[in-house]
Design a protein around this ligand. Structure first.
Ligand SMILES: C[S@@+](CC[C@H](N)C(=O)[O-])C[C@H]1O[C@@H](n2cnc3c(N)ncnc32)[C@H](O)[C@@H]1O
Length: 251
């Protein structure tokens, strides 16, 4: 495409594609993917589709993707700098397209505003001097999909929710469990899944606690947390712990 009438058309949309099942892509996501000038997808190997790309490809055959290499190394392997460098390179590929006035859609797992690489990409674009229009299309999150798959009511009445990570250990999970009226969702806990399960047992919070690994993807596992084993599990594992005492007179 050449220079367009108005660079106002230029924008970057972060499109949430849900956790894995192509059936959880929203109509709003499909509309953007079908109308954007270009669809870009993160991957850790340029020769292979990333997860978000595979989900879209299953739902809308024929979409052409530009793959962007994203480093996913963990911090203890010098990952922070490698990840930041990959965000800069990805942003540098987008800049000419955006400056040409294209509408670029970036697909991301789950929701783009929840622990996604999308904000890092936007920051890197800003560092390169691109300050254009940015939008997001919400996606179904992994914890919503897990609640649905297990028939778990996440919140009722005046209950609240703690969404914590367990990438480096279970301290934040322990803190969240101190509140019996809170549901607790644990993300990024694959390496410590055995410790999460033990913590739930010792805190009296096994009742109704469930895990979902690779939800909607090949080799999916879903079940009560007692069935998770000692781990480790995949990075793509989510735990949902419902509140202890439910307020029956919900309003
Ligand atoms: C980088 S965050 C991405 C979160 C995503 N943006 C969302 O809205 O759910 C990665 C974490 O999300 C959870 N997750 C994402 N997809 C998942 C899936 N298909 N099955 C289980 N957990 C998943 C896991 O806890 C994983 O460690």
């Amino acid at each position: 495409m050449g220079e367009r009438d108005g660079k106002d058309a230029a924008r970057l949309t972060g499109v949430g594609v849900g956790p894995g099942d192509a059936g959880l892509l929203t109509l709003a996501a499909l509309e953007v993917l079908e109308s954007a000038d270009r669809v870009v997808a993160p991957t850790t190997e340029l020769s292979r589709p990333g997860r978000a790309e595979s989900i879209v490809a299953a739902a809308v055959p024929g979409v052409v993707f530009d793959r962007l290499l994203f480093d996913m190394s963990p911090d203890d392997e010098g990952g922070a700098e490698a990840r930041a460098a990959s965000h800069r390179s990805a942003a540098a590929r987008l800049v000419p397209w955006l400056r040409r006035g294209e509408h670029v859609a970036f697909v991301t797992l789950g929701d783009p505003n929840l622990y996604s690489t999308f904000p890092s990409l936007v920051r890197a674009l800003g560092e390169l001097g691109w300050q254009g229009r940015v939008e997001t299309v919400p996606g179904i999150t992994a914890f919503q999909a897990l609640a649905a798959a297990t028939g778990t009511v996440l919140l009722d009445g005046t209950e609240s929710l703690s969404l914590v990570t367990a990438l480096d250990g279970v301290d934040e999970v322990a803190e969240a469990l101190e509140h019996p009226d809170r549901a607790v969702v644990v993300y990024k806990g694959g390496r410590h899944i055995g410790a999460v399960a033990q913590l739930l047992a010792s805190s009296g919070r096994l009742d109704g606690a469930v895990f979902g690994e690779r939800l909607g993807l090949r080799d999916e596992r879903v079940g009560p947390i007692e069935a998770v084993g000692d781990g480790p599990a995949s990075y793509l594992v989510t735990v949902v712990v419902p509140p202890v005492a439910r307020d029956k007179g919900a309003r």
